[in-house]
Design a protein around this ligand. Structure first.
Ligand code: PGA
Length: 253
């Protein structure tokens, strides 16, 4: 049984003061009966403030990125060890904004996934096709390539070590959500690919999140799909009420 997971990707929003206010509101608003797991991914600069608020909380602290090397002359970068020291448990890797705006390659993302896993961080490997790729009928090929390269030879045993987020690039921040049929097709395919790469037990334990214009109004339908185990939420995670409504839509009971 996979526990649903909903992560708020705050992107380049909310400095320490505003991040603290939002995480407090989210943490206080959770229902004790809610079995879905929630996480927030603040900008690096706000991680210590959020971490301090979450000392006695089940809310998972996530990061939006990291560098693959342990340390060294990499100006502006942060390592997996630094994130774990700050209380981070999961890290988004290969988000489409990292791929398109910052030139991250499949190869680099594979190195980051391996480095995160080696340090005990759970990588949230983000994959997804552009609109042109979908129009050319290449969606599953693109997603398959990104998945294989991102996984590399990272060991996966019961699946709890890895999260995969499917985010069609054309649905991110656009208000255009993929249809349940489109999401269902790709998520099933990803589960199948994971089974080929790592076997049925591992594949059955990996949580597959959908991301791309998830809102309180469409979350329940998307989360009800068999291979959707929650969501990666951008815009709608910046306000406590809408993030909580999405989180409640992922309840297991
Ligand atoms: P969105 O972003 O919910 O604003 O579309 C999702 C994401 O980029 O993870």
């Amino acid at each position: 049984m996979r526990r649903p997971l909903v992560i708020g990707n705050w992107k380049m929003h909310l400095g320490p003061r505003d991040a603290e206010a939002l995480v407090r509101a989210v943490d206080e608003g959770r229902l004790s009966s809610n079995e879905a797991q929630a996480g927030v991914a603040p900008p690096y600069i706000s991680i210590p403030a959020v971490s301090a608020c979450l000392a006695n909380s089940e809310l998972l602290l996530c990061a939006q990125n990291m560098h693959q090397e342990e340390k060294g002359a990499f100006t502006g970068e942060v390592s997996a060890a630094m994130l774990t020291e700050a209380g981070v448990k999961m890290v988004l890797l290969g988000h489409s904004e990292r791929r398109t705006l910052f030139g991250e390659t499949d190869e680099q993302i594979g190195l980051k996934v391996a480095a995160a896993a080696a340090r005990g961080l759970v990588p949230v490997l983000c994959i997804g096709e552009t609109e042109e790729q979908r129009d050319r009928g290449e969606t599953l090929e693109v997603v398959g390539r990104q998945l294989a390269a991102g996984l590399g030879d990272m060991p996966v045993s019961d699946g709890s070590e890895l999260v995969v987020a499917y985010e069609p690039v054309w649905a991110i921040g656009t208000g255009r959500t993929a249809t349940p049929e489109q999401v269902d097709e790709v998520h099933r395919a990803i589960r199948g690919m994971l089974t080929e790469h790592r076997g049925a037990v591992a594949a059955g334990g990996v949580r597959l999140l959908y991301g791309g214009s998830v809102k309180p109004g469409n979350a329940r339908e998307l989360f009800s799909l068999a291979d959707v185990d929650g969501g990666l939420i951008g815009g709608a995670s910046l306000e406590a009420r809408s993030f909580l409504d999405i989180l409640f839509a992922a309840r297991t009971e």
